[in-house]
Write a protein that binds this ligand. Structure first.
Ligand SMILES: [Zn+2]
Length: 262
């Protein structure tokens, strides 16, 4: 029997479920959208596509002008970043910033898969290296407990479903409650704040595999660097073959052409 032939009383709860997943209003603008728009108005989707297509530095994720080389940019030339390759869905600007805040602070779960879709599209568009396993950047247990969830894990789980590759959520542990990275300003201060912040557990799923770290926002790269350092400190046979990073957004104010205001 086709879905459209189901008795109406069976369809109603399904419709309600669908509406809660893909509400008839845009997650960004709050304006009405069609069901097939899946929670984002067409102009928001167009802007997100422009974000994905914009050239960026494959080391630090910064948006690049036509003068820079994708192998590295001025911003990251002097930095050790710890990850082989970085992919991002866009700069931390609207509408991407608003979507991240919807997930992180308003706990709108349906936005997690939507952000993962943006990241996965960026990976395919820019020909990212293959993935064996996704490792979300963990929160300290106390912060996770207070927030009730880890947004990086929500995104990594959705990436796992899209790519049919596993997520190893417990592979990294945040050892101590570091000060929130937004409170520490310089990159040196951030690196010092994070030194030894992660430990990697021995996990056969990571041994000799191509690991992709997942996070919502990358600011200076210090968090990813510390997470990668912990994975590299695993005993030889358990060490990943490569460590890359997929993030939703990189803090970057470089304008991307074609902008609309949201
Ligand atoms: Zn760079």
């Amino acid at each position: 029997m086709k879905l459209s032939e189901w008795p109406r009383r069976m369809m109603l709860p399904l419709r309600a479920l669908e509406d809660s997943l893909f509400p008839p209003t845009c997650w960004v603008t709050g304006r009405p959208v069609r069901r097939e728009d899946r929670g984002l108005s067409p102009q928001v989707r167009r802007r997100l596509e422009q974000f994905i297509a914009a050239p960026f530095c494959r080391r630090c994720g910064a948006t690049l002008g036509p003068w820079a080389s994708p192998a590295g940019c001025q911003r990251c030339a002097q930095r050790r970043l710890g990850v082989g390759e970085m992919i991002r869905a866009g700069p931390l600007q609207e509408p991407l910033g608003r979507l991240i805040r919807r997930l992180k602070f308003q706990r709108l779960w349906a936005v997690g898969p939507l952000l993962a879709e943006q990241v996965y599209t960026a990976m395919r568009y820019h020909g990212a290296a293959p993935v064996d396993v996704w490792v979300p950047v963990p929160l300290h247990w106390r912060r996770r407990w207070r927030r009730g969830f880890n947004q990086a894990e929500e995104i990594a789980a959705a990436l796992g479903r899209l790519s049919q590759r596993p997520m190893a959520a417990g592979a990294l542990v945040r050892r101590r409650g570091t000060a929130p990275q937004t409170a520490t300003v310089s990159r040196t201060a951030r690196l010092a704040n994070l030194q030894g912040a992660f430990i990697a557990r021995i996990d056969p799923r990571l041994a000799g595999r191509q690991v992709w770290l997942v996070d919502d926002v990358c600011t200076t790269g210090a968090t990813l660097h510390a997470a990668a350092a912990a994975l590299k400190a695993l005993p030889g046979p358990y060490r990943p073959a490569s460590i890359n990073a997929a993030v939703v957004a990189v803090t970057d104010s470089t304008p991307i052409p074609g902008g609309e205001t949201f």
